[in-house]
Design a protein around this ligand. Structure first.
Ligand code: SER
Length: 327
């Protein structure tokens, strides 16, 4: 990767990926795009930024040509809970944007990354240690677009030789940018509320296990996969990855190690609970370990400590984490 175009760069992943790649590849070599401009945003202020609607193929092609990029990272998409409400828009944006991006990659011979998700699985998938290659019959619009996206990326690889690569992200937890309407967002919200109110009402029910990962590991995974030797990749779209699997009581217990008075209760949202129930409890990420040295660093307690420390600075709420015995 030498010159990289990123769509959806103001989202939860894009805002951190762009900044990290600018450190590694040089500020001028990472072209950030999004459909909107936000005044004072660090991604916009710190390097090249352009407005780009991913539904506009010509604009996308011209942007990639203008900057002579060699890599395309396509992140613009709706997340699961929003996609269940806006089904037509989810299809149009998630699939229309992706096929436009793949066409640009084909035309200009670009290396290509787009994320898939645990949402690409469904109720018929083995739920524990979900294998890399298994049944994918999702029952959400988000999942339908993700599994179709995986197939489309593999199609562009086998048919046209486009170097497409992808991962199935679990829930991503970060303190810099909020996720935009996902099912796993409870595991982000809980840290904000723990600091602000020492109390959280979870919209995901007790005992609901989902895979999760801290954002630094997710960013590292994208860069590692994109830099991996193609000869070693038996899979392409997309690799199972995960760093931890937990249910709400476990993340609450982790927070209590730092904020002992923290309390949690439940007000389960049937839509998001239904989505969560259709997803795996835990993924088997062994193909990612074997084929491109996936190596996450954060477990639940280490992530909790880092989240609380950084959010306390961001929110201006004093918090002093004691050293973890197990950390
Ligand atoms: N975090 C995403 C969501 O909940 C899953 O890919 O929609």
């Amino acid at each position: 990767m030498k010159k990289i175009l990123v769509t959806g760069c103001l989202g939860q992943i894009g805002s951190e990926l762009v900044m990290r790649m600018r450190e590694i590849y040089g500020t001028e070599n990472v072209i950030a795009t999004d459909i909107r401009r936000v005044d004072g945003n660090i991604v916009i202020e710190s390097g090249p930024f352009e407005i780009l609607d991913v539904m506009d193929y010509e604009a996308m092609l011209n942007m990639a040509k203008k900057y002579q990029v060699d890599t395309f990272i396509h992140l613009a998409a709706l997340l699961s809970a929003v996609a269940e409400k806006k089904t037509k828009l989810a299809w149009d944006l998630n699939m229309g944007g992706l096929v436009n991006a793949l066409e640009v990659a084909r035309e200009l011979k670009l290396k290509f990354f787009t994320p898939s998700s645990i949402g690409s699985f469904g109720p018929g998938t083995p739920q524990d240690l979900t294998p890399q290659d298994t049944i994918q019959r999702p029952t959400t619009m988000y999942g339908v677009t993700k599994v179709a996206g995986e197939l489309l990326c593999d199609y562009y690889f086998t048919k046209f030789g486009v170097d497409t690569r992808g991962v199935r992200f679990p829930g991503l937890i970060s303190y810099k940018t909020l996720p935009g309407g996902g099912t796993t967002d409870y595991a982000v919200d809980i840290y904000y509320e723990a600091l602000k109110n020492k109390k959280y009402t979870s919209f995901i029910g007790k005992g609901t296990y989902m895979d999760m990962m801290y954002m630094p590991d997710a960013i590292d995974a994208i860069i590692k996969l994109m830099e991996a030797d193609p000869a070693k990749l038996k899979h392409r779209n997309a690799f199972n990855i995960t760093a931890m699997s937990f249910e709400p009581e476990q993340i609450a217990a982790s927070i209590r190690k730092f904020i002992p008075e923290f309390e949690m209760d439940y007000d389960v949202d049937p839509v998001r609970q239904g989505i969560a129930n259709s997803w795996p409890n835990s993924l088997d990420a062994s193909a990612a370990y074997q084929e491109w040295d996936f190596n996450p660093q954060y477990d639940l307690d280490r992530m909790t400590k880092d989240m609380l420390e950084n959010l306390s600075k961001k929110l201006g709420i004093p918090f002093k984490a004691k050293e973890l015995v197990s950390a």
